[in-house]
Design a protein around this ligand. Structure first.
Ligand code: NAI
Length: 561
C-alpha cells in the first residue's frame, strides 16, 4: 500500500504536541530536517510497528485496569496513530480497557485523571453561545459526533461532565473498527449539571456544580445544540449515547427525521440482538415465521429489540396482527396484557388479549409469571433483559428444551451477576442443544468433550460499521430498516453457521472486515429507501474500502506558505 502524503504547516514542538500529526520517534531523517525536529527527539528512528511493541511493553507494566486506561488515553493524547496501531495489534485485550467495562472507572474518576482537553464541553451556563462553542471544535470536518448528557453512564448512573469518557471511548471504536478518521470525530458532553451527590461534593469535580436541568429548559438546551449542529455540520452523524430512559426515546423521535442521527442504546442494541438471532435462527433450521418469542423484561432494551423482531416476522410473511401475537413479554407485573393499566404506549403494542390465557394459573397477586408462560407456550426464543440474575431457572429452561429441538436462549442482562442464566448451566440443562448469546462476556463452555464459544451481544458489532456505511454512502438519515440491515449482515456472517462449536457472533479481530460487509448493507438500504444517492454495488464497495481508515503514518512534506 502506498504511503499517503500530507502537507504540513506545523513545525518543531507545535508538531510534536499535535497528537493527530505527531509521529514521535518515527519521524524520518528528512522530516526531522524539514520540520526542525533534530535534537528534539532521541537519535533512533523507529517504525510504527516497533513503537507499538515498545508501547505494549509499557502497557503491560501497568498494574491495574484504571492505570491501563489512563496509559492508553495519554497515548491517544500524545500520538493518535500509534494509539490506534497499538489497539489494532491487541484488539481483544485492549477494547475492554478503552471502552466497557473499564471506561466506567474512567468516567467515575474523570476529574481526577483529567490531563488534556479532548472533545467539546457544552455547558448549560454557556447556552447563549452554543454556535460559537461548536465553531471552536478542534477539527473543522466532522463525520461523527457522539453526544451524551452523562445521566445514565453504563451501569453507574449519573456522572455529570465525567460522562465525557463515554463519547471519547466510543469514538475510538468508530475509528478502530469502522475506520472513521479520528480527526473527523467529535466527542461532546452536554453538561446540564448532575444529581450525583458524590460528584457535587468532590472538590476536584470539573463539571457544572448544579443539579440537573429538567423539563422544558432541558429540551430547549438540547435543541439549541442540535440546531447548531444542523446549521454548522449538516452532513454529520449525531449519535445519542447513555441518555436516561425518559429522555432517550423522545429525543430520538423528535430528531430522527431532522438530521442524520440514531440512538445506539436503543437502535444499536436492537440491531445486534436481531443480528445474533438471525444467525441463531439459521443454525436452528427453523424460519422466522415459526418463532414464538418470550421476553423477560419489558424495559427500553427489550421493547427496542421486540420492535425489530416484529418487523422481521412481518418480513417473513406474517400479518401485522399475527406477528404481534407471537410475543409473550413478562415484566415485574407479569405478562403484558390488555387489561393492565400500568403499560407505556410502546409496551402496550405487545399486550395480549386476556382471553389467550384465561385458563392459565395466576400468582396470588393475579399476575402470570415466566414459568407459566413457558409451560403454556411452545417458546422457541427466550430473551432476558430484566436485570434479574438467575431468572432462567433449571425448571424453566428444561421445560422449554423439552418442547423444542434447538432452544434459542439469550440471557442479556449486565453485569455478569444480573445475567438470567450462565451459559454452562444452559448447556447442561438442554443437553448441549441451546443456542446461546449473552450480554456479558463468558469463557467458552466445555460440554461433552467439546469447547463451545459464547457470543456476547456487544453493540460494538454494529455502531462503528453503521458509521462507516453512513459516511461512505453519504446517507442523509438513519432508518430502522438500515439498522436492521446492519443486524442481518452481522447474522449472515455468523461463525456458528459453519462450525457448531463457534460463537454466534464473529471474533473481535475480524471486526474490521465484517464492518465492511455491514457498512455495505447499511449503504445499500439507504440507497434503496432514497436517503442516499444510488450507486452500483461495486461503487459502494469501493467507497466503503476508501473510507475505512487504517492507522499508518502519512509522509509529511512542508506546506507551501
Ligand atoms: P430497564 O430498567 O428499562 O428494564 C428492566 C425491565 O426488567 C423492566 O421491564 C422491569 O419491569 C423488568 N424487571 C426487573 N426486575 C424484574 C423482576 N424481578 N421480574 C420481572 N421483570 C423484572 O432496563 P434496560 O435498559 O431495558 O436494560 C435491561 C438489562 O439489559 C440491563 O441489565 C442491561 O445491562 C441489559 N442490556 C444488555 C444489552 C446487550 O446485551 N447488548 C444492551 C442493553 C441492555
Amino acid at each position: 500500500m502506498s504511503v499517503p502524503t500530507l502537507h504540513m504547516s506545523l513545525r518543531g514542538t507545535h508538531l510534536l504536541d499535535t497528537p493527530i500529526f505527531n509521529k514521535g520517534t518515527a519521524f524520518t531523517d528528512d522530516e526531522r530536517t524539514a520540520f526542525g525536529l533534530h535534537g528534539l527527539l532521541p537519535l533512533q528512528i523507529e517504525s510504527l510497528g516497533e513503537q507499538s511493541s515498545r508501547a505494549y511493553e509499557a502497557y503491560r507494566r501497568k498494574t491495574d485496569d484504571l492505570e491501563r486506561h489512563i496509559y492508553l488515553r495519554a497515548l491517544q493524547d500524545t500520538n493518535e496513530i500509534l494509539f490506534y496501531r497499538l489497539l489494532n495489534d491487541h484488539i481483544e485485550e485492549m477494547m475492554p480497557v478503552v471502552y466497557t467495562p473499564v471506561v466506567a472507572l474512567g468516567c467515575q474518576q474523570f476529574s481526577r485523571i483529567y490531563r488534556r482537553p479532548r472533545g467539546l464541553f457544552v455547558s448549560y451556563p454557556l447556552r447563549a453561545s452554543i454556535p460559537s462553542l461548536l465553531r471552536n471544535r478542534p477539527h473543522q470536518d466532522v463525520d461523527v459526533i457522539v453526544l451524551t448528557d452523562g445521566e445514565r453512564i453504563l451501569g453507574i448512573g449519573d456522572q455529570g461532565a465525567g460522562g465525557m469518557g463515554i463519547p471519547i471511548g466510543k469514538l475510538s471504536l468508530y475509528s478502530l473498527i469502522g475506520g472513521i478518521h479520528p480527526a473527523r470525530t467529535l466527542p461532546v458532553v452536554l453538561d446540564v449539571g448532575t444529581n450525583n451527590e458524590d460528584r457535587l461534593k468532590a472538590p476536584e469535580y470539573l463539571g457544572w456544580r448544579h443539579e440537573r436541568i429538567t423539563g422544558d429548559a432541558y429540551y430547549e438546551f438540547v435543541d439549541l445544540f442540535v440546531q447548531a449542529v444542523k446549521h454548522e455540520l449538516p452532513q454529520t452523524c449525531l449519535q445519542w449515547e447513555d441518555f436516561a430512559n425518559p429522555h432517550a426515546r423522545p429525543l430520538l423521535d423528535r430528531y430522527r427525521d431532522q438530521l442524520l442521527t440514531f440512538n445506539d442504546d436503543i437502535q444499536g442494541t436492537a440491531a445486534v440482538v436481531f443480528g445474533a438471532l438471525t444467525g441463531a435462527i439459521k443454525v436452528s433450521g427453523r424460519s422466522w415465521k415459526d418463532q414464538q418469542i418470550v421476553f423477560f423484561g419489558a424495559g427500553a432494551a427489550a421493547i427496542g429489540v421486540a420492535d425489530y423482531l416484529r418487523m422481521a416476522l412481518v418480513d417473513s410473511g406474517l400479518s401485522v396482527e399475527e406477528a404481534r401475537s407471537r410475543f409473550w413479554i413478562v415484566n415485574r407485573g407479569g405478562i403484558l396484557h390488555a387489561d393492565r393499566t400500568d403499560l407505556a404506549p410502546e409496551q402496550r403494542v405487545y399486550a395480549q388479549p386476556v382471553e389467550r390465557f384465561a385458563t392459565w394459573p395466576r400468582t396470588s397477586s393475579g399476575s402470570i409469571g415466566l414459568d407459566t408462560v413457558i409451560r403454556n407456550v411452545d417458546a422457541t426464543i427466550l430473551i432476558g433483559l430484566s436485570t434479574l440474575g438467575g431468572a432462567f431457572t433449571e425448571s424453566i429452561v428444561r421445560e422449554m428444551a423439552h418442547k423444542v429441538d434447538r432452544p434459542i436462549i439469550f440471557p442479556l442482562s449486565n453485569p455478569t451477576d444480573r445475567c438470567e442464566a450462565i451459559p454452562e448451566d444452559l448447556m447442561r440443562w438442554t443437553d448441549g442443544r441451546a443456542i446461546i448469546a449473552t450480554g456479558s462476556p463468558f469463557a467458552p463452555v466445555d460440554f461433552a468433550g467439546r469447547k463451545f464459544s459464547i457470543a456476547q451481544c456487544n453493540n460494538v458489532y454494529i455502531f462503528p460499521a453503521v458509521g462507516l456505511g453512513l459516511i461512505a454512502s453519504r446517507a442523509r438519515r438513519v432508518t430502522d430498516r438500515m439498522m436492521m440491515a446492519a443486524g442481518r449482515a452481522l447474522g449472515e456472517n455468523s461463525p456458528a453457521l459453519s462450525d457448531s462449536t463457534a460463537a454466534l457472533l464473529p471474533s473481535l479481530k475480524d471486526l474490521r472486515t465484517i464492518a465492511r460487509h455491514i457498512a455495505f448493507a447499511v449503504g445499500a438500504e439507504a440507497q434503496h429507501v432514497g436517503v442516499a444517492q444510488p450507486t452500483s454495488p461495486e461503487e459502494l464497495r469501493h467507497l466503503i474500502a476508501a473510507t475505512q481508515w487504517t492507522p499508518e503514518y502519512p509522509h509529511l512534506v512542508e506546506a507551501k506558505p
